[in-house]
Design a protein around this ligand. Sequence first.
Ligand code: SF4
Length: 358
Amino acid sequence: MKALPAHPQTAPSLFDPRSHEPSALFAAGRAAGLSDDALLRWAGAVIGSGERAAERVLSEARIARRFSLSGLFHDLPSLSLAKHVRSERDGFEKLLFETHDGLKIETVLIPLLKERAVSICLSSQVGCVMGCTFCATARMATRRNLDAWEILDQFAQARSIVKSQGRRVMGAVFMGMGEPFLNFGNVITAAKWLHFPVKDAISGKAITISTVGLVQEIEKFTSLNLPFRLSISLGAATDEKRARLVPVAARTPVQSVMAAARQHAAARRDRVNLSYVCIKDENVSIEDARALAGLIGDTPVRLDLIDVTDLSGRYAPPSEAELKAFRDALSEYLKQPVARRYSGGADIQASCGSLAGS
Ligand code: SF4
């Protein structure tokens, strides 16, 4: 990862609640003499309402002015919204943000089937070192983790846009730019805040964290017993094909990834989400269906099939007939739920694998 200087506004002496676990806000606030009710209102103002100006936070949280001298209340930094585009095809929207150090990140507004409901797809890193060969994010030159506040600010600004449209944010998915589990601490902090019980909190089940299969982090996530959903993206069912499509993740045998998935499903007593990017002439033959079903075995899963979007033109999605044959074969061999997940916003480069800060 490229080392970058700290943001001047997030120097250690200035407390930004969004960059710390919720428990840190309570510890810092109690130490300054604030009541727990006031602390909840503070969290509500910053996380629930997305307020960043110290004056407005103090006013909404009904906290006495004298606490502004505690060093806890100051104007919080924000991302600059550089572009907002909407797909003419399917209503997906994409926000392009610029960070304080001039980097670009993208956030996608996903319309849900429920009327006026939206899910927000968040980026967790600038660029990505995982090198998946179909992914535009992997080709970005600059890479760094996003701070938790940068993840939460994407959400806050996206939610404010959604609200201004008379709609409501019902979910959040960590499936934008980056491998969320390479930025484990900040992603978990952000997810905890999204779920924190203040106004407009997101249900734990409606927050999904995706990974391309980092086994140690999957195990860590399982052991933390957090209420969020896990989604594992496989790429392919064999180590040989994974080495071509998801080369860095493929350094770990796919059997180990499935073992971690099985352990997660058992710990949760629930199905684990698997996603599979479908690529013409690469991983959608009947043989691939048999291999995938054999790999999954009796591990309880929800399997989502997603058409590849590769802006480089190297890979193409399968035809409808190919995909139907693959899905039928999978259903026959696997006997578990298999769904096709729509990856929208293709006309605005908002689909899975096409986010590259453009
Ligand atoms: S698909 Fe995900 S993990 Fe793979 S390079 Fe792209 S952002 Fe990273």
